[in-house]
Ligand binder design. Sequence first.
Ligand code: MSK
Length: 669
Amino acid sequence: MDDKVIKTANKEAAQVLEWGESRGIETCFSRAEKLKSCPIGESGACCKVCHMGPCRLVGKNAEEEAHGICGASLPVVAARNLARMVAAGTACHGDHGRDMVFTLLAVAEGEAKDFQVKDVKKLYKVAGILGIEFEGRPVNDVAKDVASRLLEDFGRQRGEVNYVKRAPKKTQERWKKFGIVPRGIDREVAEVLDRTTMGMDADADSILTHALRAALANGWGGSMISTDLTDILFGTPGPVKAEASLGIFKDDEVNIVIHGHEPTLAEMIVDVVYEPEMIAYAKSKGAKGINLGGMCCTANEVMMRHGIPTAGGFTNQELGLMTGLIEAMVVDVQCIMPALTQLAKKFHTKIITTSEKVKMPGATHMQFDEHRAKEIAREIVRTAIDNFPNRITQRSHVAEKFPVIAGFSQEYIEYMQGGRWRASFRPLNDAIMAGRIRGVVGLAGCDNPRVPATGIHKFLATELIKNDVLVVSTGCSSASCGTAGFLTPEMALEHAGPGLREVCVAIGIPPILHLGACVDNTRILTIASAMADEGGLSDEIGGMPAVGIAPEFITEKAISIGCYFAASGVPVIFGGESPVGASKEVTKIMTEVWFERFMGALHFEPDPEKILAMALNYIDKAREALKLRKYEPGKFGAERVLMDMAARRILEKSAAPHAGVGGINEAGS
Ligand code: MSK
């Protein structure tokens, strides 16, 4: 592949892609090559909100002189475009969160018998946050109250979404000062759409301020609800071993892929594939067993809790089909390429849609219903097994796969820093204060076929840990790191700087912590809040030596996430061209004005080297402002002695309180 354009930095993916290209098979990579994006739309200068247009605001002095037919200026048009992306992203994650609430409610009311509250401790924690009495009450009664209270967050018209109070006081004060405390999730989404129609808000700053409010309704609303309720229903993650690669598929077994975002059906499928009757049925069709793998964020959900392997992120979904080894790709919601059904025709794979919200011509629709969850999961698995004898011989197959350690929840990270009785963020804060860890970067977001997919994640992950920056990853970034072999503790010794390496060895963690799916970016918010509460760094999320990076972003969800981090106080850098790059004013608001108000910002920077430099600069500036020891590689200040696993075992004899194995060292590193 040396003299060819590199389309994906993932070796196994490149191998499959090359096989497909040699047979003229179209993928997102070839379509990205063919389909040049419109530069006017790409930079946010096209207004499509009414039928006098579309108006294209271009020209030499467009910022000052160009206007739409209604008179809307370029900054207004660009601001509207960004705000609408935020609204769509918030709606998407909000609907996911709402579905999780309905599932918990159905479980609590005894209507979804195949599910149960798996993590009662987390249920009580959430009940405590919501001010719901839980002592001595039946678990399902508490679950019902929790679900009912959180359901109010979607339709509330006045007041605040419940989880706003989880943010540090100072962060909340900033939100109040600038009027961006989210009231209700649906309300903020509706208001963005209202404000940005023709003839409404014509002030770019005002539009963008409300966009932040809608983004916060995602981060501290829909997504956070989703993360919490998923933990309550299916278990709060703790470290597990798994594998990542397109090479996870097996020649002699029925391969089933679960793809999308909502883990409810996926959890049932995980149960069902291990049933002896199901395995016997697979054998009756000539297979040796059933092999379950994940794709995109459903993969992250089931990997975090069960160690189910991942075939990769967004750009791997078509390549997965091209292995010719998948009997059924079961999709739920979000990030499902419509191209799958066309491509599947060239192989034997059945694409099975399961959500009312995601239907695809050419797919088999098997509607999921939590009231008869296991029954539906069995039907799906049987359909996949029945397809095994139809496997064709034409396929590309790769064998290499990489070990992954995943499953780092806030609860587990706290636990591993002090054990069951002394769980805290003290060691991490101390290591940052001493300069052993320079700062923290949340490496998140999609993988994009318009750049060498997964490559920028790989580059940044390596460079950041080399610079003693602890990386927490989510979404397809985790898949990119995992399929590159970067999610093992051994990586710490091989690539991490000396300070980070010491800390990783002492507490037994990898230098890149896989925190879950893209909704689980909220784990970063609660971790940052806990670090602020712990003391010694900033007393709010803003001002921490922490940065968010989404180097290959694609989706509106990513834009909403970037904005909720910016509003919460985290400078965020997105890769690629800015979707509002046409307007200097909007760019200034998102960077300088938001930094002044919230200590966060949203930048767009296509050059990976510059992304790295910007991130390190933000971290060093934050250290300086906090009067922390200047970061110098290999030189550290005094800090408390980190408690290692051996010391922790002496301190406590009891088992880890969370799901998964007891700790990284026990997990096989
Ligand atoms: S799946 S939103 S491509 S992270 Fe969560 Fe990946 Fe981005 Fe979809």
